[in-house]
Write a protein that binds this ligand. Structure first.
Ligand code: GLC
Length: 434
C-alpha cells in the first residue's frame, strides 16, 4: 500500500472509532505540577455546602427526595457567622497537608462562590453575601498552600441538567433537561473558577457515574478538559469516575480505597502511570453529619497516609465543616496530631515514591534515591525480613536517633534485627542502598 493511502486510511479509522488523531500532550507546566503533586503526598478535602445545615451529609437532597424549590430556601438562612478562612488554612497547613480541595459546587447544585451564571450562589442567595471561595483562595495563596477545586457534573437543582440515576425525586419537571445549556453553564463556571481565584492546582470532577445506566451518554469531556488546560495549563485534571483515567486527565483518583484495593467497591479500575490520589473521610461522611462522631484515631489516619505513600499515592483526607463555618473540634485535633507526627517524620513521606519493597501486612516502604524508609506499622516480632534480592544494603539505622540497626544478609534479601518489638505508631528504619 502506498504511504499516502495508508495515512489516509489510518486517519479515517481514527475518526470512525471516535478517537482523536492527536492525543493529549501535557505541557511542561503541567508535568511540573504533576511532580509537585506527587511530592505533596497529603491534602485536605472540604465538603461544604447548604447540606451542612441539614447535618446529615451531602446526599440528603436526593436521599430524602427533597423538592428543589423547597431545598433552595435553605440558602436564605445560610449564615456561617464563624467562617474564618485564615483559621481554616492555618489549621490545615499546620497538619502538614500541602493542598486543600474545596467543593465549589456539589451535587445539590449550590455554588459556594460568586458566579454570574446563576443566582443560586453564596453571595447572591444568602444573607452572608461573602464569596467564601475568594476568601479561601486568597488565604491559600497568602499562606502558601495549593488550592484544588471539586466540581460536580451532577446538579439536582437545575432544570437543564439531564437526569441520571440520582436526583430523580427533587421535583424538576423534565428528565431530559437541556444538555447544551447545562454544558455551557458548567464551562462558564469553570472559566470563572479558573479566572477569578488565582492559580488552581487541580479541578476534581465527580459524578460521571451518574449516567452509568445510560452507557451512550456523552459528557463531552475532551472539550471541557481542553478549556481547563487552555485557561491554566498547570492545572491538573482528576475525575472520580471510578474508571481507568480518560484522555486529558492528569491524575488518577481512588475513592475510599488505596490503589489496588477495593474494600468499598468503587475501585476495580487498573492503576495507571499518572500520579495517584486516594480520598477518604475522617469520620464516615463527606458533608457535615451531626450524628457521626465516629472519627478515625490519629493512629489510623497516620497509618492511612503512610500506606498511601507506600503505594505511591497521595492521601486526600476529608473534613465536613459545620453550618456555623467552623471545622469540627475533633477534626481540628486530628489535624494537629497529624501535623506533629509529620514534623518529625515528614522527610520519610514528602517527596518520596513507593519504595522497592512492596507493601506487606507489617507495613510499607518509601524511597528517595538510594534511601529506603521502612515503615513498620504492625509487627509482633523483633526480626523483619525484607525481600531486597540483589540490592545491597550499605547501612541500616533508626530514623529517629540514628542508632545503627543490625541486619543479616542472605540471597533473597536482608533481615533487620531490632532490639525490641516495635510499638510506635510507625517505627521507621532508614536503609542506605548501594
Ligand atoms: C462520591 C459522593 C460524593 C463525594 C465524593 C467524594 O462520589 O457522591 O458525595 O463528594 O464521593 O469522593
Amino acid at each position: 500500500m502506498n504511504r499516502r493511502v495508508y495515512v489516509l486510511l489510518s486517519l479515517l479509522l481514527c475518526f470512525a472509532m471516535g478517537a482523536h488523531p492527536q492525543s493529549y500532550q501535557p505541557t511542561e507546566e503541567n508535568l511540573k505540577s504533576r511532580q509537585e503533586f506527587r511530592d505533596a503526598k497529603f491534602g485536605i478535602f472540604l465538603h461544604w455546602g447548604l447540606y451542612a445545615m441539614l447535618a446529615t451529609g451531602e446526599w440528603t437532597m436526593t436521599n430524602n427526595n427533597l423538592n428543589y424549590k423547597e431545598y433552595a430556601k435553605l440558602a436564605g438562612g445560610f449564615y456561617p457567622s464563624k467562617f474564618d478562612a485564615a483559621k481554616w488554612v492555618a489549621a490545615i497547613k499546620a497538619s502538614g497537608a500541602k493542598y486543600i480541595c474545596f467543593t465549589s459546587r456539589h451535587h445539590e447544585g449550590f455554588s459556594m462562590f460568586h458566579t454570574k451564571y446563576s443566582d443560586y450562589n453564596i453571595v447572591d442567595a444568602t444573607p452572608f453575601k461573602r464569596d467564601v471561595l475568594k476568601e479561601l483562595a486568597d488565604e491559600c495563596h497568602k499562606q502558601g498552600i495549593r488550592l484544588h477545586l471539586y466540581y460536580s457534573h451532577i446538579d439536582w437543582f437545575r432544570e437543564d441538567a439531564v437526569w441520571g440515576r440520582t436526583g430523580r425525586g427533587t421535583g424538576r419537571p423534565n428528565p431530559k433537561g437541556n444538555w447544551d445549556s447545562y454544558y455551557q453553564f458548567m464551562n462558564n463556571q469553570l472559566t470563572e473558577l479558573l479566572t477569578n481565584y488565582g492559580p488552581i492546582g487541580a479541578i476534581w470532577f465527580d459524578g460521571v457515574w451518574d449516567q452509568d445506566r445510560n452507557p451512550g451518554f456523552d459528557w463531552q469531556l475532551p472539550g471541557q478538559y481542553a478549556l481547563i488546560h487552555r485557561l491554566q495549563p498547570a492545572c491538573l485534571i482528576g475525575n472520580n469516575h471510578h474508571l481507568t483515567p480518560f484522555e486529558g486527565e492528569d491524575i488518577q483518583i481512588f475513592e475510599r480505597d488505596l490503589p489496588g484495593e477495593n474494600k468499598a467497591g468503587l475501585s476495580g479500575q487498573n492503576i495507571s502511570t499518572l500520579p495517584l490520589e486516594t480520598c477518604e473521610t475522617m469520620n464516615g461522611m463527606w458533608g457535615y453529619k451531626i450524628t457521626d462522631q465516629n472519627y478515625k484515631s490519629a493512629k489510623t489516619l497516620i497509618h492511612y497516609l503512610v500506606k498511601a505513600a507506600g503505594k505511591d499515592a497521595n492521601l486526600l483526607m476529608n473534613i465536613g465543616p459545620q453550618p456555623d463555618g467552623e471545622l469540627p473540634e475533633v477534626a481540628l485535633s486530628r489535624l494537629a496530631e497529624m501535623g506533629k507526627w509529620l514534623q518529625t517524620y515528614g522527610e520519610t513521606i514528602y517527596g518520596t515514591r513507593g519504595g522497592c519493597v512492596a507493601p506487606h501486612p507489617w507495613g510499607v516502604t518509601t524511597q528517595k534515591g538510594d534511601r529506603l524508609f521502612v515503615h513498620i506499622l504492625d509487627l509482633q516480632d523483633k526480626a523483619l525480613f525484607l525481600p531486597l534480592e540483589s540490592k545491597k544494603v550499605k547501612k541500616a539505622q533508626m530514623f529517629i536517633g540514628k542508632e545503627p540497626v543490625k541486619f543479616q544478609k542472605n540471597k533473597a534479601g536482608v533481615t533487620l534485627l531490632l532490639n525490641e518489638v516495635p510499638t510506635d505508631i510507625d517505627t521507621v528504619i532508614e536503609l542506605e542502598l548501594d
